[in-house]
Ligand binder design. Structure first.
Ligand code: GAL
Length: 656
């Protein structure tokens, strides 16, 4: 199987006088861009008043793009319910955690649970689908825009309260005693006698019951799933065979993206490497080193995550940062060459399309500082040249194989993130940090990684990394036993039941049936406290968490007082602490040696990625770097770039 790689751009015809559209379309095509996403915020122009439908301008916009053979991805406009709709039906509004309704005046002000909003969504999606299903320029649909953006998955509204009660009734089969038992409501006299008494877990004096919180998080995630499905069903019925896509975000975990994706054909995400570097919890040294490049592992982690979400691994970048953004704390410009390198990093990880956000910088409203491919005055911005370069390189490369299954998998769990947010137990505990450190170590060793959901089959892999999985999903232990893979289990794995209780057999719960050790007590530690241990006679460091176990297994890594930090048993390794980066690297090198997986430490800021017989190398460092000899092929096989990578450089070659 092979793919034609394509470029796209996000375009807002409603922002520009109509006389500019034809020239815009021509210039888009001239760059080598073949796909254009439009429409996702245009409700007030499509329907300025209830029932007054103004499709003609959108018809003309679609026709204009189509006349240049551009393929349109049409967004449903539900991320921005217009003013008349909010005024007529205030019950569509989401409420913040303080119990205040969100106001009109930006976007994403709707509540996923509002029945009125679901009715209005059905109406506008049906109308749009009927009008454009057969339009020759329509290539695919985008549902809504960035579910959860601006932290809007959870709504504390009266509508959400009603829906949550129904969700609980179904979950507990109308048995309030079962809920009381599951949540442990006897604690602090929190018992209920009827589902109608249950509120959302906000504005409590101190923390609410963890099981109540986790169920609210699960419910809120399910509301996104069903809201998206509502749209997908309508679009699919009106235009069978047309792909349905949603654009997810980076570092956002408010809902389970694996579950939402089940109704989509293609997963996509919006990649803003410099914005994310600034807002994500990276050490300050990394923020300096990668200021204009973005973190070398953060973007690719998301590429791998969304490849796992897409049906048959199909995924895109729907919005690619083209220059400074407007929304981080600080918004630097990328190094020259970086837009090209980001584009290739996405393709290297299997993307079918990379689409730049946005065609032209907006002179008005919230995002005036956000770069585009063109300046406000319509002169090309630097990213246009880089997009052109990518387009020429795509032509050189030709058909590109699809991404093969990696030998290493990393289990990523949205539920784990929710549980740790609800009950962190230690301020320095960070699920993101744990996940990214494992992922980063594998990438530093030049390994390709598949991110997989907790319920995934493990049989295709040689090594499976489970940074932490507090609630073991059904069948996990069976899957663990029926693979030859070596499984690395991080601290707190198996430490809770589905209802956030301590397992009756103690942590790690049912894992004890295959891993004979039991955790008697756990400590969380300050960020600045280091745990020192020995592994094969060499010092290793860890911190943040420490489980004290009872077991006959002799620990592989120990503290001076004999406390075990790492245990091996059968095809498993179990950490009782959070290993630091070099401890993780040592462990991974050993595992790769055992499994005969070639793994060599790459130059610090260089990353590589294979896509079938095509290999890519990227330099995220501030200085030039050399691609190590052992991963090159004969010089003649370079498709583009060179073995000496300049800063922000990319090279691509084919292997036999
Ligand atoms: C995304 C969003 C776009 C735009 C962009 C700016 O989150 O989908 O509409 O706001 O960010 O970087």
């Amino acid at each position: 199987m092979a793919n034609e790689l394509t470029l796209g751009v996000c375009y807002y015809p409603e922002h520009w006088p109509e006389h500019m559209w034809a020239d815009d379309a021509k210039r888009v095509a001239d760059i080598g861009i073949s796909r254009v996403r439009i429409g996702e915020f245009a409700w007030s122009r499509i329907e300025p008043e209830q029932g007054n439908l103004q499709w003609e301008w959108l018809d003309r916009a679609m026709d204009t793009l189509g006349s240049e053979n551009l393929q349109v991805i049409l967004g449903t406009p539900t991320a921005t319910p217009p003013k008349w709709l909010v005024d007529a039906h205030p019950d569509i509004l989401a409420y913040d955690e303080q119990g205040q309704p969100r106001k009109f005046g930006s976007r994403r002000h709707y509540c996923f649970s509002s029945l009125t909003y679901r009715r209005e969504t059905t109406r506008i999606c049906k109308l749009m689908a009927e009008r454009y299903a057969a339009h020759p320029a329509l290539f695919a649909w985008q549902t809504d825009n960035e579910y959860g953006c601006h932290d809007t998955t959870r709504s504390w509204s009266p509508e959400a309260t009603k829906a949550f009660r129904l969700w609980l009734k179904e979950k507990f089969r109308n048995d309030i005693a079962a809920l009381n038992k599951a949540w442990g409501t006897v604690f602090w006299s929190q018992e209920y006698t009827d589902f109608s008494q249950i509120d959302l877990p906000n504005m409590t004096v101190t923390e609410a019951t963890p099981a109540h919180m986790l169920d609210f998080y699960r419910f809120s995630s399910d509301q996104v799933v069903s809201f998206n499905k509502l749209q997908c069903d309508i679009l699919r019925a009106a235009s069978p065979g047309k792909a349905i896509i949603h654009n997810f975000m980076g570092i956002y975990t408010g809902f389970d993206h694996f579950k939402v994706s089940r109704d989509l054909d293609i997963a996509s995400w919006d990649s803003y490497p410099l914005g994310f570097l600034d807002v994500a919890p990276f050490p300050v040294e990394d923020k300096h080193t990668y200021l204009r490049q973005g973190h070398p592992d953060f973007t690719s982690f998301h590429h791998d995550l969304y490849r796992a979400c897409g049906k048959n691994g199909r995924w895109w970048v729907m919005e690619q940062q083209p220059g400074p953004v407007n929304w981080a704390h600080h918004n630097p410009a990328p190094l020259p060459g970086m837009v090209r390198t980001w584009s290739w990093e996405a393709f290297a990880h299997g993307a079918e399309t990379v689409s730049y956000f946005r065609w032209r910088q907006a002179p008005f409203a919230q995002e005036q500082f956000h770069a585009g491919l063109n300046l406000v005055n319509n002169e090309p911005a630097p990213a246009t040249l880089e997009a052109r370069e990518v387009s020429a390189e795509i032509a050189k490369l030709g058909q590109t194989p699809v991404t093969a299954t990696a030998s290493i998998a990393l289990v990523f769990s949205y539920e784990a993130k929710w549980l740790f947010d609800i009950q962190p137990q230690g301020a320095s505990w960070s699920y993101w940090e744990l996940v990214l450190t494992w992922y980063g170590a594998a990438r530093r060793l030049g390994l390709d990684v598949d991110i997989i959901p907790p319920d995934a089959d493990l049989s295709a892999y040689s090594i499976v990394l489970v940074p932490s999985l507090p609630i073991l999903p059904d069948g996990f232990i069976k899957r663990l036993q029926s693979t030859d893979a070596h499984i690395v289990l991080g601290p707190r794995t198996g430490s809770k039941t589905r209802n956030v209780q301590v397992p009756p057999s103690l942590a790690p719960g049912d894992l004890q049936t295959v891993l004979p050790l039991k955790i008697l007590h756990s400590e969380s530690l300050r960020e600045d406290i280091s745990i020192r241990g020995q592994l094969d006679g060499r010092e290793v460091k860890a911190g943040k968490w420490l489980d004290h176990v009872q077991t006959e297994i002799v620990p592989a890594a120990v503290m001076e007082d004999g406390t075990g930090l790492l245990f091996h048993h059968a095809n498993m390794s179990f950490f009782t602490t959070v290993p630091d980066g070099s401890f993780i690297l040592k462990t991974l090198i050993q595992l790769c040696t055992d499994k005969r997986i070639p793994a060599d430490i790459l130059p610090e800021h260089v990353r590589i990625r294979r896509r079938g017989d095509v290999v890519f190398a990227f330099n995220y460092g501030p200085d030039g770097a050399t691609i190590p000899k052992n991963i090159r092929s004969a010089d003649g096989a370079l498709v583009f770039g060179s073995w000496e990578l300049p800063p922000a450089g990319t090279a691509c070659w084919r292997i036999k």
